[in-house]
Design a protein around this ligand. Sequence first.
Ligand code: GPV
Length: 799
Amino acid sequence: MKLSKKQFKQDFEQRLITKFATDVTKAGPQEKFAALASVVKNYYSKIWQADNEYKDESKKKQTYYFSIEFLPGKMLKSNLLNLGILPTVREGLEDLGVDLDEIAIIEPDMAIGNGGLGRLASCFMDSLASTGLPANGNGIRYRYGLFKQKIVDGYQVELPDSWLDNGNPWEVRRSDKAIEVRFGGEVWLEDDGKGNLIPQYKNQERVLAVPYDTPMVGYENTTVNNMCLWRSEVPKDLDLQFQNLEYMRQTAMLSSELYPDDSNYDGRLLRLKQEYFFVSAGLQRIMRHYHSTIKAPINQIAEYIAVHINDTHPALCVPEFMRLLVDEYNVPWDRAWDLTVKVMSYTNHTILSEALEKWPEDMVKTLLPRIYQIIVELDRRRTAELLPKVGATLVHNTRIIKDGQIHMANLSIIGSHSTNGVAKLHSDLLKDVELHDFYEIYPERFNNKTNGIADRRWSQIANERLSTVIDETIGKTWRHNLNDLKLLEAYKNDTETLERLDAAKFDDKQRLAELIKERNGITVNPEAIFDVQVKRLHAYKRQLLNVLHILKLYFDIKDNPELDMVPRVFIFGAKAAPGYHYAKSIIKAINEIAGMINNDPEVKDRIKVVFMENYNVSLAEVIIPAANVGEQISLASKEASGTSNMKFMLNGALTMGTLDGANIEIFDAVGAGNYFKFGLTKDEVYAYYKNNNYNARDIYEQNPVIHRILDAFIDGTIPNISMEGPEIFDSLTTYNDEYFVLRDFKDYVRAQKSLETLYRDKTAWTKATLMNIANSGRFSSDRTVREYAEDIWYIKPKQ
Ligand code: GPV
């Protein structure tokens, strides 16, 4: 949009008066933020309305992305950037003596997601709008987002994230569009005399779902999409007497808290209620819109809407859509099923068995009796139809209902026309191994969509210094088309460019060093290698492997106090699910090891270990630009994709990585010389499973280096871990090291050595850095959503 600095200053000062009866000299930071956000909202509102009108009139097909998590982080700068007014606003504020960064920091992170899955959903929201694709988000407006992490005595402590205390300037509450969602009670079918079976209900629990719309502003275009988040309330007509207090409490709880589990299934009733709540409300809103605005016959609905099931949490979309079509719109069963499969599509984000959702039949039957009937009927008809075609084994292995449980992945695959994995390796594993039986029956449904990132946030916003260097080298077209970063390759031997890249990195490292000083009280040397692992704490991600390597270096120094090594700062950021005991023990161990090493005078600052508390999107925006190395060290086959690997690459950090998830595609893009590869391949991992011949205790007994490192966990070397030390030690020995940490250790150490060697050659290192940036174009989520649009949703961009 067009905006002069003068106009902006006027708008901002005026808003301070109308909103807070104050001026720029007296306003507090919260007031300044709220006034600025309100001005920005005013700027995009006209575009939003116009785009809504365009969508209504053109009636073009739209996607609805159902996700139980979103993780947008802060929205102010992203909105400013996308509106094309970030520099104008920054300068305007400067004229008024206000620092934009100091205002931006006031906004709480919107953290209604756990990690990669939620962040991916938000990257998609940005990219969908930025590529002009007509799409909507659908989720839950949790009153409390992901917990805030404090580290106390080295332990993780969880505090509530009460992010709405000062209001949310971006959202619009639409009470007029509230919808009722019903749970429990009894249901039976009655013949209406015309051969139709009409469900009758008794004693249902009614909940009001109120939508809060948040605009998703496209990058320098005219698209503004909508992310709809639902809040649960008590229906207004209910008689609120004393006996209803418990009911009111239950209702409020539906949209009260985000479950803090990442890649882990927790089969609690409240979670199932949340899943149905946002699914039913979202689909009902779509149906209303279809009838009020699209006004096409119901049997054409698949030509106007696509519904995406982001992992299995919204899998109830399948039976709920059936219910709406069959019960509310009198569509015959077979026709309804055909429409459902055409409308739905599904993404799988993991093969870890502990993350696969299976709900007990009884629970679904009691909470959602009509949905249960529909699922039983779907299962029955499918079994009858397929038995003669594919045989009993395949049918049994792929049934929706098995052993008294409803398998949500099976429901999602069967009820949709597309199932995709999130990186090539992961999609291949789905086809060849984990979902092979489904692949036999529905080969045409399987496809790959390698993840991507909203590059604008991770470069233009998070790393202005690097962005400027890139502009000065190859011009600005990369800001619109990330593939143009490829132009950088022409400068890979250009000393001046390499020096500038290096200087930008140094600035970013200094900025992080200051933050570390402020938050952790640790002084780190910006000349050191910044070696970073930031992601949820999970055994399969193997933060422990990183820790063992740090201990190895530490003992090398203890054995040889004069050891010549490039100084390293190991930086961790990780939240553990509150109920994940083992993960919390690792956090405690990292912090105790940090204390031990950082305070050992003999180390002479050659190693520093920093655990930064409360890792979240906005902390990532400071840490990742400052990284020299990104640790992507999951056991091959376990990390479906990973997305921080792409953020590191884009910011000129080199990957220390296994051949897992999207790492493989990064490796292919940058070439062997610009990536530190180590570890078992997925075939080697699967061979161990097949032959059942992994023996971690043997490695411990036979490798003296590993022996000594592991003993440090139980012999008092590492202080204050008398509970955690043995737990970790036993997991690696007695319990046979589930994720082959010991097996990959030696090769990891080798790769780390070669990393150090390369870092000593500054030019060679920076050149590798440039090659990473230059080849990161493919990992823009603009590319990813375009692929979804073409291959899965059949939607077209505006213009
Ligand atoms: I399932 N993922 C996640 O963050 N939470 C989950 O509950 C599940 C998956 C992640 C995967 O672990 C990552 O490898 C992947 O990059 C991300 O989803 C986005 O696809």
